[in-house]
Design a protein. Sequence first.
Length: 363
Amino acid sequence: MHEEQNMRSQIKEKKNNSGTETNRTLRYLVSFLVIMGLLVVLFFWNIGVGSVEMSFFDFLGVLTKHQPDSTLYQIVWKIRLPRIIAAVLLGGALSVSGFLLQSFFQNPIAGPYVLGISSGAKLVVALTMIFLLEKGIMVSSLGMVVAAFAGSLLAMGFVLLISFRVSNMSLLVVCGILIGYICSAITDFCVTFADDSNIVNLHNWSMGSFSGMSWEHIRIMVIIVGITVVITFGLAKPISAYQMGESYARNMGVNVKALRIALILLSSLLSACVTAFAGPISFVGIAVTHLIKLATHTAKPIILIPGCFLGGAVITLFCDGIARTVFAPTEISISSVTAVILWAGVNVANFRNQREWLIVEYK
């Protein structure tokens, strides 16, 4: 009798587990399909809106008919397409960088902008450009990435030194914000008193902008972001073990020291690439990870890494479209838009999640 009851309970448990797993898979699938659908819609929206309106059929005509002298051809291939691809790549890179930093510090509000890493990259890039332009030397795209990477590592080094002395993670975030403000103040001071007109134009870049993107920039972005994100995805299992605690990760055979170094280098390289080409962009690195967690109801890195990349691409592309069209022809800083949109988005998502939880508890 007891054996029959045990068998029935085991069969029932297996059915429940199977049903739960199916629901999870369905949730992941629906979430990714919705995100990719939004990405396609925003792609065509960004292609069509601007000082020159363009319909879907106009865009198809530009793709099918090779007319380099036409105005629409120049707008699509020289301005809008590079800008859209840059927003997708850099938005995804920034979100993945935020996820890596949150995993490293075990802190949900850690991100390249909050910890001052983006500001450190901005400072070194600005100083490098000021020094070289005064000598009459133009800085290449790869040179800007290298300078930004050096600045990211420098800022990360300060944050790590503080983290060894501070046990309270909230205080660490405050110190990171202070580092960011100091770096931004020095950058603004240098840009303000610069004489060269090319250096003065750094002001728009220092506020965050995707304007002026070229296909040369895109090639470098694809290489750096593509390789870095693929390596990050390959580290999904070690990161998952690390999230359970260092002791657990060591017991699972993870080289914790090597993993921590990899997390630092990968997050710094991604945030450096974003800062080098688009300047500092606020809150994307923090908020997108939370939004993807709320959408998928999971913290598994194997789901969050591609989810963060696609989610960051969607958010950044949407915010860039607003930044360049809402007050057209004047373009506003993308950081201003991301701050407002993501603040509202995270609050709405949290409210909805709490409401669902209360309904379940009531039932």
